[in-house]
Design a binder for this molecule. Structure first.
Ligand code: ATP
Ligand code: MG
Length: 203
């Protein structure tokens, strides 16, 4: 039997991608023995329709610049190419067409999001078809009891929790720092910082 292949998925707006995303993705990859982590920039997410999100071409290119030197990291534009809202289940189904049968998908998401898994589109099907990895951020606790009550032992077998370094870095804070004229050095990779300056983003 072919060796099973584990692919991690890091979805996000990546507006811009930052050290918190990269350090967490590498920690998850290492802890879970993932062959690859796919960074998938989201089309304008439903909950951010009211805000201005940077055009996708910039977010995609910054993500490429940030991950290109890591042999285990890749970027996928599947959610940007899709029309309409992006549901995780659709992304998983598309990836199943691309990767060989037997590939296991590990979707990374914050504990806050996973606690709300019951509200996700086709949550039961999603949990049957892929795994979730959560890394607890400060102030968030995984609602193990609630998740078990809703999804049972079989569902819980697809929810993995790992400890990752706590990094108080967010895209929002980076955009605010740029607005205030403060340094973002080391908060984003140097190539991303230079791209932001060259294109005059977030000013
Ligand atoms: P924003 O401030 O615009 O909401 P963000 O920093 O939260 O941006 P997203 O693109 O929304 O970044 O996040 C994508 C994924 O990365 C989410 O699952 C989010 O929980 C996770 N993430 C973001 N920042 C960190 C961090 N510092 N450490 C660990 N995970 C993070
Ligand atoms: Mg966020």
């Amino acid at each position: 039997m072919a060796k099973s292949h584990k692919i991690g998925i890091m979805g996000g707006t990546f507006d811009p991608i930052h050290a918190g995303h990269l350090i967490t993705a590498e920690a998850v990859r290492d802890a879970m023995g993932l062959a690859t982590v796919l960074f998938i920039p989201a089309a304008t997410p439903p909950h951010k329709l009211d805000q201005s999100v940077t055009p996708a071409r910039h977010r995609l290119l910054m993500t490429e610049l940030a991950v290109c030197s890591n042999p285990h990291f890749r970027v996928s534009d599947i959610e940007l190419r899709r029309k309409g809202p992006s549901y995780t289940i659709d992304t998983i189904h598309e990836l199943q067409q691309i990767y060989p049968a037997g590939t296991e998908f590990y979707f990374f998401t914050g504990a806050d999001a996973i606690n709300d898994l019951a509200t996700w589109h086709e949550a039961d099907k999603l949990l049957a078809e892929c795994h979730f990895i959560t890394a607890t951020r400060q102030g968030t606790v995984l609602d193990t009891a609630g998740l078990r009550a809703r999804f049972g032992a079989a569902g819980m077998a697809h929810i993995h929790h790992i400890e990752t370094p706590q990094l108080e870095i967010s895209s929002t804070a980076i955009r605010e720092r740029i607005q205030r004229g403060q340094s973002i050095r080391y908060l984003v990779p140097q190539a991303v910082q230079e791209y932001i300056e060259k294109e005059g983003l977030y000013r």
